[in-house]
Design a protein around this ligand. Sequence first.
Ligand code: HEM
Length: 415
Amino acid sequence: MSPTTDTRGRIFFEASAYADDAKWHKTAAELRAEAPVHYFEFEGRTPFYVALGQPEVMEIEKNSDIFTNDPASNMAAHRISLDEPKEPSMVNTLINMDGEEHKAHRALVNDWFKPGAVRQLDDQIKAQAKRSVDEMQARGGSCDFATDVAINYPLRVILDILGLDEAEFPRMLRLTQELFGSEDPDFERIGENDQMMAVIMDVIGLFTGLNAERRENPTADLATVIANGEINGKPLEDMDTYGYYLIVATAGHDTTSNAIAGGMQALLENPEQLQRLLDDPSLIDGATDEIVRWVSPVKHFMRSVQQPYTLASGQSFERGDWVLLSYPSANRDERIFADPFTFNIDRADADKHLGFGFGRHYCLGAHIARLEIREFFKELFSRLDHIELAGKPEHMASIIVSGPKRLPVTYAFKD
Ligand code: HEM
């Protein structure tokens, strides 16, 4: 494919583009109509392909030995090369691993995330959902649903999963928002290098304590599995355990809060569907995947091509090519989803979405995320009398995880 100066490719690496969801989707749909895969070159960046179609993203994810996460699994890396030695990273996480290494590390925690095991979390998640809805009710008749409600709930669930004390909430919030958070100027990040290192050291202190405690006093929580984990008969190094803690904390927080806030926004903008859920909250069971398809909180991951490959739909890649998997675009693919730009809680094809990815790296927390979304909305809709938008929603500027950052609402509870 010949080099292109098509500026539409900026939507994939400029955080501000994701803040305008409607415009972003309009551009992606335009590109998709021309071809399911595009190639872009921009000054100062490694050229990249973008897979915009659902079958193309799926085929790439299925062939994970050819399309690897190493050396750079997201666009923040800017420049990559398969042949230059890469900088050693301090903490290795599942999302940066491939092949046997990934398999062994994932196997350690896989069972803990399976539906049967996740059911054990039912009561805790229900209790956290109730608590968040209680807090919303206590705020009177108005709040910013994104910052007052949606942010807190998934982080509390993560504290429960890891077995961390509630007192660690501020520290974990700092970790997920500042260290791996968005590039949005409204969400102050502490900046680069020295200060970033201070957060890392703080978190390492927290996890070192957690490891020591769970080795001494094992419980049924995930931290116990990680702290006492072995790979190939050898106990995990402390540094490797931090990788698990970090990925669970960061991957499980703003993804789920954006799905909940984005789902709420979609319902507020489709009042007849909202009313149906208020009349019958159990309808949320079928609507959960539609919410994830519609919001697609994870905006992309990258893959590096290890050997020449041609997709079924015709695009060829060479070794060293860098490919962006566009989940929000794949989830509106007109070839797969009927009327993809309509939010529809009864959608029959919602389960074809790739909002949780596909294949080897398929979201480890997908069952938990679905449970969290379902339980939250069930609790909320069984108690709410009505809820309306009270201002213009604003979206987060971020190239990795995004959704509403402001969602002003007014509402009344039944009692
Ligand atoms: C609606 C909420 C969520 C969304 C949309 C989401 C989405 C994703 C996506 C797109 C991936 C990459 C998949 C791929 O490369 O094919 C991923 C991976 C991952 N997610 Fe989630 N996620 C959510 C919630 C969670 C939660 C609640 C947890 C944990 C409690 C979690 C833990 C993980 C982990 C550990 C990985 C890395 C898996 C691997 O590389 O093997 N996620 N998620």
